[in-house]
Design a protein around this ligand. Structure first.
Ligand SMILES: [Zn+2]
Length: 243
């Protein structure tokens, strides 16, 4: 199935008549250690979304490549959007998608800072008729078993998991010679602009040194299969809930 942005408005009618499912990637533009690109949280879910576009009838929207990256705002290259702006943007996009007749929006989210704004936007956008937003925080919701099998260290930020995944998807963008680990622990949630860099030194939480493209391949392939299954179920009107 073609991507939403590559269709003409006439072609869109046919493509949207074929499916009730739209996929929206929400990413971020933020520091990911010295070894991974700023767009990591967009690149990974966008890769999965494009795979889905090849295998299902779901229409894939262009990604929203910036998110709430307050925690990394002092690092070079980070572009952070306030939660208020994100809630308004997500709500408008979701409403527009629903107004085109879609019943389900699968949000393929790549970034933790987007979770709360997405939930609030989805509450507003689904108030009318039988509309459903499914938020897939892909780095925890997909490929869970595969992660447990291949990862040797904690998942984190620019850690073994993300580094492995980018090594598989875009090896040209990874510089392992600059990879350093770091894991500052805090028993409670410490929120303070003044201590951001102390909590995430070098914009890393975890140990990227044990990463490999092979591990990334295992995780991404498992994630892709689970995502395709979710969309196929939605196409049959089955929600991913158990009674
Ligand atoms: Zn990330």
């Amino acid at each position: 199935m073609p991507l939403w942005s590559e269709l003409t408005h006439k072609q869109f009618i046919g493509a949207s008549n074929n499916t009730e499912v739209a996929v929206l990637v929400t990413g971020a533009l933020e520091a990911h250690g010295e070894h991974l690109p700023l767009g990591t949280d967009t690149i990974l879910p966008e890769y999965l979304a494009k795979r889905v576009a090849e295998r299902t009838k779901a229409l894939v929207l262009p990604p929203i490549p910036v998110g709430n990256s307050w925690i990394f705002n002092t690092f070079e290259g980070t572009v952070s959007i306030t939660p208020q702006t994100l809630i308004a943007l997500y709500t408008d996009v979701m409403r527009a998608v629903f107004n085109h007749g879609f019943r389900y929006i699968v949000v393929l989210n790549g970034h933790g800072g987007n979770v709360s704004p997405l939930q609030l936007a989805a509450q507003t956008a689904t108030e009318q008729s039988e509309r459903v937003v499914i938020i897939v925080n892909w780095w925890i919701d997909l490929g869970e078993k595969a992660r447990r099998e291949v990862l040797e260290t904690y998942e984190g930020h620019a850690a073994e998991d993300e580094t492995s995944e980018v090594m598989h998807v875009r090896p040209d963008l990874v510089d392992m010679s600059s990879a350093v680990g770091g894991r500052v622990e805090s028993r409670f949630r410490v929120i303070s602009a003044a201590y951001r860099e102390e909590l995430y030194p070098s914009a890393v939480w975890g140990d990227p040194k044990t990463a490999s493209a092979e591990k990334g391949k295992v995780i991404m392939e498992a994630a892709e299969e689970e995502l395709v299954r979710l969309i196929e179920e939605l196409e049959r009107g089955v929600l991913p809930i158990k009674h």
